[in-house]
Design a protein around this ligand. Structure first.
Ligand SMILES: O=P(O)(O)OC[C@H]1O[C@H](OP(=O)(O)OP(=O)(O)O)[C@H](O)[C@@H]1O
Ligand SMILES: Nc1ncnc2[nH]cnc12
Length: 183
């Protein structure tokens, strides 16, 4: 039921931002407050019934890492509801202070991801959230930054996965996604 509502609310844009790419847009979903609540409740229900119990008694999520830019729309809400820190991973040159840096490739280009040093502490349990996984370049780069900081990625969460691009297979931790996009 949730999945159908979420899938039908995505915008579908063939040929954006380049010929050959069909862009899936989450903004129509976020424009409807009831659907946005269904989305957040769905993700929270997965985290509290599946992700956290795997940590055993007393286990908790210490930080939610959101990926630039659309992970920033979901991450802070999840972090607040979980009582965890929100940590942004941003495109290169946008974050002040000392940053760790990783270069990566994505479905339609190349980029740099950065994380502020000290935001993830050694031994912390982390979940990563983004709107979509395509080639997995972005999520893999975020996972590298978390590992460099000494954190443990418990799980990667997405609204949409494009399994035909095989990004899920590159990840160093389990992934959860709500709907699949087609080729
Ligand atoms: O699995 P991948 O191939 O890495 O692709 C997925 C990433 O691509 C999109 O962001 P994009 O880099 O276009 O940036 P934006 O959020 O700033 O538009 C999307 O929001 C993911 O972050
Ligand atoms: N097809 C797609 N739709 C939305 N965001 C994307 N990021 C990479 N590929 C994408």
């Amino acid at each position: 039921m949730d999945k159908e509502i979420i899938k039908q609310s995505l915008g579908v844009h063939p040929g954006f931002p380049k010929p050959g790419i069909t862009f899936l847009d989450i903004f129509p979903l976020l424009a409807d407050p009831l659907k946005f609540e269904i989305l957040i409740t769905h993700l929270m229900s997965h985290i509290t019934s599946h992700t956290i119990p795997q940590l055993g008694k007393g286990g908790k999520v210490d930080a939610v890492v959101g990926l630039d830019a659309r992970g920033f729309l979901l991450g802070p809400i999840l972090a607040m509801r979980l009582g965890a820190a929100f940590v942004p991973v941003r495109k290169g040159g946008k974050l002040p202070g000392q940053c760790s840096k990783v270069e990566y490739t994505l479905e339609y280009g190349k980029d740099i991801f950065e994380m502020q040093q000290g935001t993830i502490k050694p031994g912390q349990n982390v979940i990563v959230i983004d709107d979509l996984i395509a080639t997995g370049g972005s999520a893999t780069a975020a996972g590298q930054l978390i590992k460099q900081a000494g954190g443990t990625t418990l799980e990667y969460l997405f609204i949409v996965a494009l399994p035909f691009l095989k990004g899920l297979e590159k990840l160093d931790a389990p992934a959860y996604f709500i709907v699949e996009g087609e080729d």
